[in-house]
Design a protein around this ligand. Structure first.
Ligand SMILES: [Ca+2]
Length: 194
């Protein structure tokens, strides 16, 4: 009986936490664990200049694991180029670390092949930090047909992300030749305002 009550309470708690949670931003998906360890979604008014931001917030006092807010989109014209993803992130009481990542894949049916991947493991975001722009550069192989990008938070704390952008860089220099943010079938809702 005790166990039944305990599991009911756990269920009720997860339901309440879920019900009180942030809405999933359009075009994005989230990984919060099962049962959820993080509240992930849009934090209204918490973004740059009072706009909206994507957020990942821990909801348990101790967490062995990560929460992520991610998006998958067609690689399109990014394929075959060196690209730069920039994005803003702010953090509060991040005990382990947080970062952006960028992944080029080849998706065939249900099978995804990882072609190129980069994150910020060499410069992770820790503790409490104000809005800062970060960048990740990746050479996207020509055979890549999808990109998977996002932010993750490991352990407890909260992060906010806003205004992500993708640019194709010229092969020899790191000069921007094209801003691909607005391209058809490209990434969407990178500022969390949709
Ligand atoms: Ca915003």
């Amino acid at each position: 009986m005790k166990r039944k009550i305990a599991s009911f309470l756990l269920f009720a708690m997860a339901f309440i936490l879920n019900a009180a949670g942030f809405d999933t931003p359009k075009g994005w998906f989230k990984g919060a664990g099962h049962p959820p360890k993080y509240d992930i979604g849009v934090d209204t008014g918490a973004g740059l200049n009072g706009s909206n931001a994507g957020t990942i917030k821990s909801i348990l006092p101790y967490i062995d694991g990560s929460g992520k807010l991610a998006q998958r989109f067609k690689a399109g014209k990014l394929a075959g180029h060196k690209i730069r993803m920039t994005g803003y992130m702010k953090s509060k009481d991040v005990i382990v670390y947080a970062m952006f990542w960028l992944n080029a894949i080849k998706l065939e049916g249900e099978k995804a092949k990882n072609l190129a991947y980069e994150n910020m493991m060499d410069r992770p975001i820790v503790g409490t930090t104000d809005w800062t722009e970060y960048e990740i550069i990746l050479s996207v192989p020509a055979e890549a047909n999808y990109m998977v990008i996002g932010a993750w938070l490991t352990g407890t704390g909260q992060i906010w992300i806003d205004d992500l952008k993708f640019e194709i860089l010229a092969p020899s220099s790191l000069q921007v030749v094209k801003d691909t943010t607005k391209e058809e079938q490209g990434p969407v809702n990178l500022n969390f305002e949709d």
